[in-house]
Design a protein around this ligand. Structure first.
Ligand SMILES: NC(=O)c1ccc[n+]([C@@H]2O[C@H](COP(=O)([O-])OP(=O)(O)OC[C@H]3O[C@@H](n4cnc5c(N)ncnc54)[C@H](OP(=O)(O)O)[C@@H]3O)[C@@H](O)[C@H]2O)c1
Length: 295
């Protein structure tokens, strides 16, 4: 399969590109600067520009674009950037997918689509939740509309991707290594997660399974609360986690993002992946943390 990836320089893309190549696919990359390698094609999402011929012969487009969600305090401008850097590129790509008759579009989204669900388990049939990130996910997913119904559109509702470097663990590990890790707030909120190997494996699986379409929760089958996650991470790095971080302190540091990213979360189940028999490499958090902290 000839696969075009946008947002390929990030945490997921830098693993997805070699994985797809290793499994026999041809991978091209859309870059937001002048192309300088034979596999690169140029584009400028805010300008709605795509290099002529960039999508010739492409069987699937994978879109992983977007500025970081948890790496800065949310100002009004940052919130706008979080939304625009997802919606605009998706609109440009969906229109191009339609214009070129490309069979498949796989588009990133997030598990925040469901908002905070407390103890209630949700699968892909659950409705949109409340909050800024849920609204971003709604608009991000809606931006794929031009590609449908002619193309198959898969929406990746990913949980926190656990990788040896970067992402959630990249931020937490230094604190935990100093024994400064602790549950956040009550610790009862769910923290949907997936290992980087499974995130990448699931995207490849979805590219190769034309019968799957629509939203897909990219989360592991083991559902854990923040308190359980904290305990397991402390165990994985061999450090105690005695000090809970009070909600009020988190809000002081992170502002509004504290509530949506750290103090609440959906209890999400991977119903579609399990129904289609996706073979997880790390189905339990202990396995995923062991893989991510011993590399
Ligand atoms: N990692 C997670 O835990 C997680 C969880 C849920 C959802 N997701 C979503 O999955 C996608 C990929 O995640 P990731 O962790 O690989 O993200 P990442 O490391 O932040 O990379 C995202 C990529 O988006 C592109 N990008 C950055 N700013 C942009 C802008 N202003 N306009 C258009 N593109 C821009 C960049 O690629 P280029 O420079 O190559 O264009 C960047 O490498 C993101 O949309 C993210 O929100 C990730």
């Amino acid at each position: 399969m000839r696969v075009m990836i946008a947002g390929s320089s990030g945490l997921i893309g830098t693993s997805l590109v070699p994985h797809l190549r290793h499994t026999g696919h041809e991978v091209l990359r859309l870059v937001r600067r002048a192309p300088r390698a034979p596999d690169e094609r140029g584009w400028d999402p805010p300008a709605g520009w795509l290099q002529s011929g960039a999508l010739d012969g492409v069987d699937a487009v994978v879109n992983l674009c977007g500025v970081g969600i948890g790496d800065r305090r949310w100002s009004g401008a940052r919130k706008q950037a979080i939304r625009d850097s997802r919606v605009e590129p998706t609109e440009v790509l969906a229109a191009a997918v339609a214009a070129h008759g490309i069979p498949t579009m796989v588009n990133a989204s997030g598990i925040s689509y469901y908002g905070d669900t407390g103890d209630r388990e949700v699968d892909e049939t659950a409705p949109l939740g409340a909050g800024f990130l849920a609204e971003v996910c709604r608009d991000w997913e809606a931006a794929t509309a031009a590609a449908q119904p002619a193309s198959r559109v898969v929406r990746l509702r990913s949980g926190a991707v656990l990788s040896p470097s970067g992402g959630l663990l990249g931020r937490l590990r230094p604190l935990f290594s100093l024994a400064l890790g602790g549950r956040l707030g009550s610790g009862r909120q769910y923290l949907p997660w997936i290992s980087l190997d499974d995130e990448v494996g699931a995207i490849a699986f979805l590219l190769e399974h034309p019968e799957v379409t629509g939203p897909v929760n990219l989360v592991a089958p083991e559902q854990v609360t923040n308190a359980r996650f904290t305990e397991e991470l402390g165990r994985a790095v061999n450090r105690p986690t005695p000090f809970p971080v009070p909600a009020v302190a988190l809000r002081a540091v992170l502002g509004e993002a504290a509530d949506e990213l750290a103090l609440t979360g959906p209890r999400a189940a991977p119903a579609v992946l399990q129904r289609h028999g996706f073979p997880y490499r790390h189905a339990t958090l202990a396995e995923a943390l062991s893989a991510a902290t011993t590399r």
